[in-house]
Design a protein around this ligand. Structure first.
Ligand SMILES: Cc1cc2nc3c(=O)[nH]c(=O)nc-3n(C[C@H](O)[C@H](O)[C@H](O)COP(=O)(O)OP(=O)(O)OC[C@H]3O[C@@H](n4cnc5c(N)ncnc54)[C@H](O)[C@@H]3O)c2cc1C
Ligand SMILES: *[C@@H]1O[C@H](CO)[C@@H](O)[C@H](O)[C@H]1NC(C)=O
Ligand SMILES: *[C@@H]1O[C@H](CO)[C@@H](O)[C@H](O)[C@H]1NC(C)=O
Length: 479
């Protein structure tokens, strides 16, 4: 009984400690340009990172927008000393449920860490910890260079890298984290540390797969390459009648074993709210000249799609196409995912049926299912033990992209997503589910996300580098 009372008293004093005067605590130790705002202040929305989705969003008592590395060092030290939980973010795309459990924290907005430097002579790109994939596109193209990225312009380059980084150039260059050469970061002591293959190699191993757990990366240097096909890409879209769905899935299945590195296949299921019809589409992307792409396009044409659009675009234009709608804010956006080794046409048929029924009974639901089939050669060329990233055998990423605005739909959307996820897991070609961290929903067992073979070392390194668990509340490696 007494014990219980002490616990309550301890909680009460914590609650007072968790209501600090942010201006008083931080202002004397950060640069004058650093902005600070509490939630109730008018400029809070400018100081805090924007938030992409309204679904299970983290909440913040205050936000701080540092300008220099020394500012971040001070912020981490002061927050740690005063037991103030914090989360460093850029555009707030973290979408999983754990991230949403971060409540009443201090938001550290990385928006000022937006420098981009291309070194074409040594084929290196150095970016600040708050640079988006969109922001590197032009400087790279101007230098005639490229790097593998995620597909949408709004996503943080470092944020995506530290969880993997998958995208359409993956077949040619591999995961984004495989192009990482070194990082500079603020650790749990507030010290600046470097991590690379030769400096703090264990830390470098850990941040390439579970990076949000070990510190705040202020800058990162990547390997870049000469542009493929002068920066031009072919994108072809083929809508199919639902009656021809099976041949579309079988076409994708025929590339399960081997897919040429420049080729990307993205079959998808969505809904046209005007015509009230399911849209079934196969998108083909090819990083090369039309003559090389033609045999693959001919294969799809032979399956009698409803129509076809074939375009040659720049890599930047391709990103703009992928970002349409995806980068929009204000939706109750959340995702589920399964990594697969095999395409199973029966599972696809079941998904089509289940989604059709769902679309018809939930007219305001605007979600989709897409399978991102990228080449694996470059990813497999890196040995598994190189990085903490665990899932190099995944051939394709199934993405259930839930978009809606009405919270009343939550339960039904969860039911649909979980039902589909279970089906895809059963026919994935893997014994146990393999879940790509950056697409995770947040309800998966950690072994399925970080890999049972990687977690013990990750947790040992966590004890060493961040024993107080200051970092990684949104992407925890232990609960
Ligand atoms: C529209 C959209 C498209 C996407 N497309 C792809 C895709 O094509 N390929 C892909 O792989 N993923 C994709 N993702 C997933 C994306 O990789 C993850 O959501 C990623 O976590 C986003 O990082 P962020 O910095 O944009 O988001 P934030 O919410 O700002 O950050 C996410 C997490 O990373 C941590 N973090 C961010 N920056 C740093 C830093 N500098 N140092 C330390 N920790 C940091 C944050 O603390 C947080 O835990 C997409 C997401 C969205 C919303
Ligand atoms: C839906 O169909 C209408 C009419 O055919 C068309 O104009 C519109 O572009 C379609 N929308 C989508 C998202 O495909
Ligand atoms: C569905 O989302 C697309 C973008 O992905 C958007 O263009 C369209 O207006 C949305 N439709 C509805 C009914 O919300």
């Amino acid at each position: 009984m007494l014990n219980r009372l002490f616990q309550v008293l301890a909680l009460a004093s914590l609650a007072t400690a968790a209501d600090p005067n942010y201006e008083q605590l931080f202002r004397p130790f950060v640069s004058p340009e650093t902005e600070i705002a509490t939630f109730s202040e008018a400029d809070f929305a400018e100081v805090a990172s924007p938030r992409w989705s309204t679904w299970h969003a983290p909440t913040f008592q205050a936000a701080i927008k540092p300008v220099y590395e020394a500012d971040i060092q001070s912020i981490v030290r002061i927050a740690a000393r005063n037991h103030i939980p914090f989360l460093a973010t850029l555009n707030g795309h973290g979408g999983n449920d754990n991230y949403g459990r971060v409540q009443n924290a201090l938001n550290i907005n990385l928006g000022h860490f937006n420098s981009v430097t291309v070194d074409p002579v040594h084929n290196k790109l150095t970016v600040g910890g708050g640079v988006t994939f969109g922001e590197i596109a032009e400087p790279l193209a101007k230098a005639g260079k490229e790097i593998q990225t995620g597909n949408a312009v709004c996503v943080g380059m470092v944020g995506a890298t530290i969880g993997g980084g998958i995208g359409t150039l993956q077949g040619i260059h591999g995961l984004v984290l495989d192009s990482l050469l070194s990082v500079t970061m603020v650790d749990a002591k507030g010290d600046m540390v470097i991590a690379s293959k030769t400096v703090n190699p264990d830390l470098f191993w850990a941040i390439r797969g579970a990076g949000a757990n070990f510190g705040i990366i202020t800058s990162a240097t990547y390997q870049i390459h000469d542009q493929t096909n002068d920066g031009n890409v072919i994108i072809a879209n083929y809508p199919f009648p639902v009656s021809a769905s099976r041949s579309a899935w079988e076409f994708v299945q025929s590339y399960d074993e081997n897919i040429p590195a420049p080729l990307v296949l993205i079959p998808s299921i969505r809904y046209n709210h005007t015509t009230e019809e399911v849209i079934l589409q196969v998108s083909v992307i090819y990083y090369g000249p039309m003559a090389d792409a033609q045999p693959y396009l001919d294969q799809v044409e032979a399956l009698n799609p409803i129509s076809s659009t074939v375009e040659t675009v720049t890599q930047q234009e391709l990103k703009a196409i992928f970002s349409e709608g995806a980068c929009d804010r204000g939706n109750r956006h959340n995702v589920y995912t399964v990594g697969i080794k095999k395409t199973d046409p029966d599972t696809m048929e079941e998904a089509l049926q289940e989604m059709t029924e769902f679309f018809e009974t939930h007219p305001t639901y605007n979600g989709s299912l897409a399978i991102q089939r990228y080449g694996s050669q470059a990813m497999l060329a890196v040995p598994d033990e190189e990085t903490s990233y665990p899932w190099r055998e995944i051939n394709a990423y199934v993405l259930f992209d839930n978009i809606y605005t009405d919270p009343a739909l939550d339960a039904d959307v969860d039911d649909l997503s979980r039902s589909l996820r279970t089906k895809f897991e059963a026919t994935s070609g893997f014994k146990d589910p393999q879940i790509y961290l950056n697409y995770a929903h947040g309800d998966e067992p950690l072994n399925q996300v970080y890999g049972a073979s990687k977690l013990p070392k990750l947790r040992a390194l966590k004890k060493l580098w961040d024993p107080q668990h200051l970092f990684g509340a949104g992407y925890p490696i232990d609960y």
